[in-house]
Design a protein. Structure first.
Length: 620
């Protein structure tokens, strides 16, 4: 209801049916609840009396700032429109939240009261948007002015130190840390505004300014906070394209929620439509253990295993990711055993039985000192930590750098992420020769030339929170920090990365986590070495990356692995490079269709028929 700022807040509640009337002009509020301590009582007008409802102080501040003086303002606010104590109602309402935010004529993100420099931050964002525009579908900037400095890659950002400080303080608002904003702000992208006190700006304008800052150098003591907050909470938040479930949950690890179940329920309408059913319907009557385990059971592959981190505070099965913040800075990707299905997976209570091969054992572990808050790390500390890791490894081996396969070691230290590993080449990443030079230099010294600083930081970011592993077969690996000598490494049907596990009882293992292991990342355990005429690459198509093979002779790309045996007569391969998501294997008899990474040639039965012995491994 209308009112002047600072006067008692009065609201009316209106019940509407779903689907909502297209003519209903309402705003959806996106905010963080804040502390439940010292709640504020607001009046709810009934037909002939008032009753009071208590809301958090942050909610009350938002209502006070948003109400108009001369007329009512129609808002949807979760704390008032959902009975938070009724699990059945809460489950039903959460299922509707996507349509609520998608259909709102405006989504207002309330950050909180303005700070003394909020206007400085908003003014700089507006200035950026007079020079550049962001396409949210491609994540690319285009010029709006003749000042070409705003479109130059790299270099110093066109921003003063006081503006850097103001932006850092703006991004420090707790709103950016909340899980539910991922759905709320993304669904309302073009109609969303950020509001901080009396100041507001379009969310799209904020995203353009953040995109402008990528790759730029910022001056001033606040630049680390700004870059850390942007990288942790904003960069992927502004990407509105649908995602696969597991990478999206991985992106959101640092975001916070009061109820662990919200972490999964909040992503339902941000994933590919064919992935949505794996999440199931929101159901707050289920324990969060059941919700998290259920996602794994319905996944259809073992890809969820590569997101497992060390379990510290609860009793989930070791094979279920808990999606809490991780010390690891970048998740390992690979295709050590792609083209597999869930036929070899058996779930029984806390047990998961899988098919695969125990391929090697960890002989030595050199733990990295690179850990903690990545955003607070200094260049000198990164060099020192990386140098210590390399030199300790050589001492452990009793070798010098010239007697090591330095190319293989460089691949391991970067988990395979380098310019040449992508097609087309990813020029944001260092070249393999730069990485080799960094490794060679830091193996004998603690400093690299300034021209190699970006390559050094790239390596350090991949080693962050991990240990360098020395395998019994002589290969290098990069794996979980809590790996121990004697842990085994497996390649599992349905899992794209090698897994480290620890035997805890006869035939039963705990999952330790994913590893990058030289010589095992491209399906060698089941298909043999890569053919000499091909390189394995990640093929980029419309912002997504697909495992592919590039012919050395002419650079042509194929998505089917040339090592795979031919299909039986009842299967056929459909689709083309023009639409990699549409590539599939189709059974002409049963009409079963599998995505191109889960073909029948590597079903457990087909693998064993070719004489490859599979182990049955049980995780608990």
């Amino acid at each position: 209801m209308p009112g002047r700022p600072g006067t008692p807040i009065v609201v009316e509640l209106e019940t509407v049916k779903v689907p909502l009337d297209p003519g209903l002009d309402y705003e959806a509020l996106s905010y963080t609840w804040g502390s439940p301590k010292n709640p504020i009582a607001i009046a709810v007008a009934q037909e002939d009396y008032y009753r009071t409802v208590k809301v958090t102080r942050n909610c009350a501040e938002a209502l006070d700032a948003l109400r108009l003086r001369d007329r009512p303002r129609l808002l949807w606010i979760d704390a008032m429109c959902i009975n938070q104590k009724d699990e059945k109602e809460k489950s039903a309402q959460v299922s509707l939240m996507a349509s609520i935010y998608r259909d709102a004529f405006r989504v207002t993100a309330w950050l909180g009261p303005a700070l003394e420099d909020t206007k400085v931050a908003f003014d700089w964002i507006r200035k950026v948007n007079t020079h550049v525009s962001l396409n949210p579908q491609t994540n690319e900037l285009s010029p709006l002015s003749d000042d070409c400095r705003w479109m130059q890659p790299g270099g110093y950002a066109l921003i003063d130190e006081d503006e850097v400080c103001a932006l850092a303080r703006l991004l420090s608002h707790p709103w950016f840390e909340r899980v539910w904003i991922w759905q709320e702000i993304r669904l309302g992208y073009s109609r969303a505004v950020l509001k901080c006190g009396k100041f507001e700006i379009a969310w799209a304008a904020f995203c353009a300014a953040d995109r402008y800052g990528i790759g730029k150098t910022f001056k001033g003591p606040s630049h680390k906070t700004l870059l850390s907050r942007s990288d942790t909470y904003v960069r992927r938040l502004r990407d509105i394209r649908p995602r696969s479930i597991l990478p999206l949950l991985d992106f959101m690890r640092s975001s916070k929620c009061r109820d662990r179940r919200d972490r999964l329920f909040a992503v339902r309408d941000m994933v590919y439509p064919d992935s949505k059913e794996r999440l199931g319907q929101p159901d707050y009557s289920k324990h969060w253990h059941a919700v998290y385990t259920g996602l794994c059971v319905r996944s259809g592959t073992l890809d969820f295993l590569r997101f497992v981190t060390e379990h510290k505070e609860h009793e989930l099965p070791s094979w279920v990711p808990d999606w809490t913040p991780s010390d690891v800075n970048v998740t390992i990707d690979g295709r050590a055993a792609e083209y597999t299905t869930d036929k070899a997976l058996k779930f029984s209570g806390r047990r998961l039985s899988v098919k695969g091969r125990l391929v090697t054992t960890v002989q030595n572990v050199v733990r990295s000192t690179l850990r903690g808050n990545w955003g607070d790390s200094a260049t000198g500390a990164l060099q020192e930590g990386l140098s210590r890791l390399l030199q300790s490894t050589l001492i452990e081996l009793g070798m010098n750098i010239d007697s090591v396969d330095i190319s293989a070691l460089s691949h391991v230290l970067t988990i395979g992420e380098m310019r040449e590993a992508y097609h087309p080449a990813n020029h944001h990443l260092p070249k393999i020769e730069e990485l080799i030079e960094v490794v060679r230099t830091l193996a004998t010294s603690s400093r690299t030339p300034s021209r190699l600083e970006d390559a050094m930081i790239h390596i350090a970011s991949r080693c962050w929170g991990r240990s360098l592993l020395l395998m019994a077969d002589g290969n290098f690996g990069l794996g979980p920090s809590h790996t121990q000598p004697g842990d085994s490494v497996s390649i599992l049907l349905g899992c794209g990365t090698p897994m480290v596990q620890r035997l805890i009882a006869d035939g039963e293992y705990h999952v330790i986590g994913a590893a990058y292991v030289s010589g095992l990342m491209e399906g060698q355990a089941f298909l043999g070495p890569l053919l000499p005429q091909y390189d394995f690459v990640w093929y980029e198509h419309k912002g997504q990356h697909y495992p592919a093979f590039r012919a050395k002779s002419d650079g042509s790309i194929r998505l089917r692995d040339p090592r795979l045996p031919g299909l039986s007569h009842e299967w056929r391969y459909i689709g083309s490079l023009d639409d990699p998501r549409g590539l599939a294997f189709e059974n002409t008899k049963t009409e079963e269709r599998r995505c191109h990474r889960t073909g029948p040639q590597l079903d457990a039965e087909a693998v064993e028929a070719r004489g490859i012995k599979l182990d049955t491994i049980t995780f608990v």
